[in-house]
Design a protein around this ligand. Sequence first.
Ligand code: 13P
Ligand code: SF4
Length: 305
Amino acid sequence: MKETKDLQKEIRALLKQKNALMLAHNYQRDEVQAAADICGDSLALSQAAAKSDAEVIVFCGVHFMAESASILCPDKTVILPRLDAGCPMADMITAEDLKKEKEKRPGVPVVTYVNTTAEVKALSDICCTSANAVRVVNSVQSEKVYMIPDRNLSMYVARTAKKKMEWWDGFCPTHEKLKAAEVLKAKERYPDAVFVCHPECRPEVIDLADAVRSTSGMYAFAKETMAKTIIVGTEMGILYRLKKENPDKTFILASKSLICPNMKLITLEDVLEALQGMDRIVKVPEDIRIQAKRALDRMLEAPRD
Ligand code: 13P
Ligand code: SF4
């Protein structure tokens, strides 16, 4: 077996040779994040892909993220090193499901979390991320909003948004695993710690949080907080950069179960093989791409509060 450093070196050389940009989501394995050109949240990575001059994008994340990159940069080759890396939450609602829900609510705008397939985005009015969900929901010109696919993010938004909301009953199996009892136990063990969690967590977990943040928001929170110990309620991959960027602080994962198996599928070997073979390509068909891009563009244009 090759050493991690050798694999990383080989990958970096191939990236250069193929004019390729390697992106890694915040939940990827440490060694994959370390090899990447850019680490970040799903939307920021797709936007970085669109801005770059690279011809090839190696997206280390899950399928819907590579689709978003394909939607925003149709002229680039988008590679997902493991084509079987999906997001179970994104797969909880199909385009057929959404069509039926829309028929039940004529004229009600659909706000769609980016964790969805391109086909579902194509049927949506506007997208949102966990970083801008409340603002996007408030920006919609309607009293009512239908939000998909995450019930926990929707319930979190409904706490403060000035809209009548209904939502699809999807969830993230990884964030759903975190229980309030585990957070209470961690708080008891670290009484001076603050607790920050992702809005995909259960409502009773969110009730215990000092801050609720998207993955990108958590990096900012960790830098800003005066607390020296931070209990983290999201996927464990986030700890890699949190620790690196804040060597004076201690980060405690709220539960050992906060591991997304899909996010952990991609290894350095997969990245290398994908670059050598150039065959693990994600390409959104043009008709769906144009419709899905409309929903993503509306999100980017949504007015700030
Ligand atoms: P981000 O949108 O913050 O990248 O999160 C995606 C995700 O899958 C959260 O579970
Ligand atoms: Fe999907 Fe949850 Fe994994 Fe994020 S952490 S990719 S929402 S299953």
